[in-house]
Design a protein around this ligand. Structure first.
Ligand code: AMP
Length: 207
């Protein structure tokens, strides 16, 4: 899944993984889990996440390399928030090639900047289920145990969007050249975006 922060990658990736019975790998979630658990990795990346900057490539690539080795990834995986830089994309292509595999689809979820800031600052996550809501556009159910990501504060959101344009946007060209990029209008309703991505995925891998 590729797109700016707030495009809906996490929301879509979770549903897509459920529908296609693939694992969902979010590097952001993996880093946050490590921070919560107080691991050595968590301690190294905590300040980076809080600032909205990107974690160094070597650390991130190693994390994904390890995760992709797990047996639950044999059928494939939905990668959410990775790769985010050209070196990460190249490393991922290399890792997959070693296993005789490749990226089959790079869904690009396109959303304009004004909407991103509003979406991110209104975003809340249910601690118990991991489901993502928006205070106005996708209100949580009664009794949800909500938290706000510390990096969803407005100044950090702006830094993350800037990081996206500087480091991640070049990947659009990388995957376009590889013939796997497909663009989706991320300003449509969540269910409509999902339906379009599922249809594109099913064309590749009939259910
Ligand atoms: P996300 O949950 O995808 O929005 O990621 C939250 C934060 O985790 C980012 O702002 C980065 O600090 C870090 N992060 C997640 N994925 C990556 C990645 N592929 N490369 C570098 N940093 C990442």
């Amino acid at each position: 899944m590729i797109g700016p922060p707030g495009a809906g990658k996490g929301t879509q990736a979770k549903e897509l993984a459920r529908l296609l019975e693939l694992v969902h790998i979010s590097t952001g979630d993996l880093f946050r889990d490590n921070i919560r658990a107080g691991s050595a990795l968590g301690k190294r990346v905590e300040a980076v996440l809080a600032s909205g900057a990107l974690v160094p490539d070597e650390l991130t690539i190693e994390l994904v390399r390890e995760r992709l080795r797990a047996p639950d990834c044999v059928r494939g995986a939905i990668l959410d928030g990775f790769p985010r830089t050209l070196p990460q994309a190249e490393a991922l292509s290399g890792l997959l090639a070693e296993a005789g595999d490749k990226i089959s689809l790079a869904p690009y979820i396109k959303v304009s900047d004004q909407i991103l800031v509003e979406r991110l600052t209104g975003r809340r996550t249910d601690r118990r289920t991991g489901r993502i809501y928006h205070v106005k556009y996708n209100p949580p159910p009664e009794g949800a145990d909500l938290e706000q990501r510390p990096d969803d504060a407005e100044h950090t959101v702006r830094r993350r969007i800037a990081e996206y344009y500087a480091n991640t946007a070049p990947l659009l060209e990388y995957y376009r050249k590889a013939g796997v990029l497909r663009e989706f209008d991320g300003e449509l309703a969540i269910a409509d975006v999902l339906q379009l991505i599922v249809a594109a995925a099913r064309e590749l891998r009939p259910a």
